[in-house]
Design a protein. Structure first.
Length: 657
């Protein structure tokens, strides 16, 4: 029962502990998930916030501006290109050459001059023919002719004349309110002039500078409300001017410099936008594309992403190369760089964009990047699979140690309880033995006394001598009973710790003599050879005289009881190493080693049968031991079966001075 009472709670505790540890791990996992889900939400909000801010900033900048300026503003920001549609959904920028109608009659007008110039290669005649055409009232015809003349003169190496002819177009005041084809001619004339001059700068420095500025102006369209150049031509002019600038030390030395980086950006933006026009010619080409959403639109060397942005009824399609498009995601790097996770971002087509390209295992948490990035996913992977174990390790250790401690306590408590129960069981057994022994010991003298008294009462005796014998037997039984009861009472007092000792200075010889006197009559009758030897000049000892006499009487009594018919008993008292030794030896039945170990226990008897020849109840020696201990003395036994025993009581004398 006790084992079950200990093992059952221990097993239950182990089970609970196991569950608790599992729960702690699960809780730790949930905490980690919650934390990183929170981080993902925050980071995606930041990424979307960046886009929102970008668009807001753009809106402020471009409200009510013309398409060309909008395009310039957009490409001046972090965009790599754009298509701008008007309110009807038609494209207004980029403007392509194919959108512009060149006057149809031009071919007829210049057919002869072009043949002479390009086929016959008669440049003088061509220059003449062009000069005639240049008199035309039609500005477009006039400018075409002047450019042709300048070209022919250049081929004739008449540079000065070619320059001044070209200049008429390049610096024409028509620029401000001409149509697109004419503007294109003016731009071409400026480039031609620049090409002519830049080989021959020497005495024409100011003209070179002015042409350079004029070229930049026509690319950037500083004058509002004018026609704009088609995008292809703009990109071409920009590229060429960059090359000329690079090769010209003169231009580089001028205060007006060329910002190569922004120029390259402009060229790239125009070119990308022109390429995209093919796919998205009108707003009709953007079905199911909600406002403010980023989509992968093309795969060039880098992927191109587009964002539809509707503003004031107009639609703008903004383009970014991948590198620029993922800029808004930089917070992911910041958030997860020192964490237990690695992240990666995939676009709507599942293409890897940023983070760890090929993390190990399955994604631990996946979340969408947010409204501006439809279909884009952020995936988190565990750097270390043991992260939860680590997170829960403190709690797990706490549970484990608490569990171990409780189990140890249960086992200890079980052990103590077992001991207590064992003691109780032993005590019960002792009590039962005690009752049996006591009843037997009391019954025997009482029964014999009763038989003797009954015999006397009934007058069944021969003579007075027999009466005296019977009465002596009664007296002896009475004495035995008294001795037994004395022992019970002493034992009872001892058990209840009520035994009070009355210490006094006594001579050991007195104690020995008192004890010898007490047993003398009995020993004499039993034909026992009893010697008492008392050493000389023995020091007094501090003892309870009666108690010590009891000790010796008990030992002598046992010596008598457990000896055969020819009894030889000796009581000796001597001084030894600061102690007084009382020795009681007999030639009796002796004791086995096992019996010696146990004989001071209460109720212990070597022969436990009720039919044993000797009276007693196993209390004598335990009383002796109790008294000797109370006197801070020792008791030892030297015995061999069938040879006899010697009991030695040693009492200290040192306390006396
Ligand atoms: P009891 O009343 O039975 O004599 P004791 O406590 O005096 O009880 O002794 C315990 C047991 O020790 C005895 O039952 C006996 O078997 C053994 N014993 C004690 N003294 C002697 C002795 N002198 N010789 C042999 N056996 C002894």
């Amino acid at each position: 029962m006790l084992a079950v009472a200990v093992i059952l709670p221990a097993v239950c505790l182990l089970w609970f502990m196991n569950r608790a540890v599992e729960n702690v791990r699960m809780a730790a996992r949930q905490i980690v998930i919650d934390r990183y889900e929170g981080d993902l939400t925050d980071t995606s909000q930041k990424a979307n916030g960046i886009w929102k801010e970008n668009l807001k900033f753009l809106d402020k900048k471009i409200t009510d501006k013309g398409a060309f300026e909008i395009f310039n503003d957009i490409t001046g920001l972090d965009y790599d290109g754009a298509i701008i549609y008007d309110k009807t959904g038609g494209r207004i920028y980029p403007l392509l050459s194919s959108d512009v109608n060149t006057p149809a009659e031009l071919g007829d007008t210049f057919a002869q001059a072009w043949r002479v110039e390009f086929v016959e290669q008669d440049y003088a005649k061509a220059a003449e023919l062009y000069e005639q055409k240049a008199r035309s009232k039609n500005i477009y015809v006039k400018f075409t002719a002047l450019i042709g003349e300048s070209r022919s003169l250049t081929k004739l190496s008449e540079l000065d004349k070619a320059i001044s002819t070209c200049r008429q177009v390049a610096f024409s005041s028509e620029e401000k309110n001409c149509d697109i084809p004419t503007l294109t001619l003016i731009a071409n004339a400026r480039l031609l002039l620049m090409e002519l001059l830049h080989q021959n700068v020497k005495d024409k420095g100011s003209l070179v500078r002015d042409t350079f500025i004029k070229l930049l102006e026509i690319i950037h369209e500083k004058n509002e409300g004018r026609s704009v150049l088609p995008s292809e031509q703009r990109a071409f002019l920009a590229r060429r001017i960059c090359e000329i600038y690079e090769q010209s030390p003169f231009l580089k030395s001028q205060p007006r410099s060329l910002d190569n980086e922004s120029m390259q950006k402009l060229i790239a933006a125009e070119e990308l936008s022109i390429r995209m026009v093919e796919r998205f010619p009108t707003v009709m080409a953007l079905p199911n594309w909600p406002n403010g959403r980023l989509k992968s639109v093309a795969k060039e060397k880098e992927s191109v992403y587009g964002m539809r942005h509707d503003i004031n009824g107009r639609t703008i399609l903004l383009f970014r190369y991948e590198k620029n498009a993922i800029r808004a995601l930089w917070h992911y790097e910041n958030t997860f760089k020192d964490s237990d996770m690695v992240y990666r971002i995939l676009d709507d087509s599942g293409r890897f964009l940023t983070g760890a390209p090929r993390p190990e295992g399955e994604p631990f948490i996946t979340a969408f990047v947010g409204e501006h990035f439809p279909g884009w996913r952020a995936e988190l992977y565990l750097k270390d699979a043991d992260v939860f174990k680590k997170a829960a390790s403190r709690e797990v250790a706490l549970y484990t140690w608490t569990g171990v401690l409780v189990i140890v306590l249960i086992l200890l408590a079980g052990g103590f309880a077992g001991q207590a129960v064992g003691k109780q069981i032993k005590l019960n057994r002792l009590k039962n033995d005690f009752i049996a022994t006591v009843s037997h010991e009391l019954k025997t003298p009482l029964a014999s006394m009763r038989v003797l008294v009954d015999t006397l009462l009934e007058g069944r005796y021969k003579d007075q001598e027999q009466v005296t014998d019977y009465l002596q037997l009664v007296s002896k039984e009475n004495e035995r009973l008294t001795g037994l009861i004395d022992n019970f009472l002493t034992f009872s007092r001892m058990e209840r710790n009520k035994q009070a000792f009355d210490f006094e200075r006594v001579s050991p010889a007195t104690i020995a003599r008192d004890a010898a006197d007490a047993v003398k009559t009995k020993f004499d009758k039993g034909k026992c050879k009893f010697d008492v030897s008392i050493g000389e000049n023995l020091p007094d000892i501090l003892v309870d005289r009666d108690a010590m006499v009891t000790v010796l009487v008990n030992l002598l009594d046992n010596a008598y009881k457990y000896s055969h018919d020819e009894k030889r008993i000796e009581l000796s008292v001597s001084a030894e190493d600061g102690s007084i030794c009382f020795c009681v030896s007999d030639n009796g039945i002796g004791l086995s080693r096992r019996a010696i170990k146990k004989m001071f226990n209460r109720f212990y008897q070597v022969d436990r049968s009720l039919t044993r020849p000797t009276e007693g109840c196993g209390l004598g020696l335990s009383i002796v031991k109790f008294i000797v201990d109370a006197h801070k003395g020792t008791i030892s036994v030297d015995s061999k079966p069938d040879e006899g025993s010697t009991f030695t009581v040693k009492l200290p004398t040192t306390d006396l001075k």
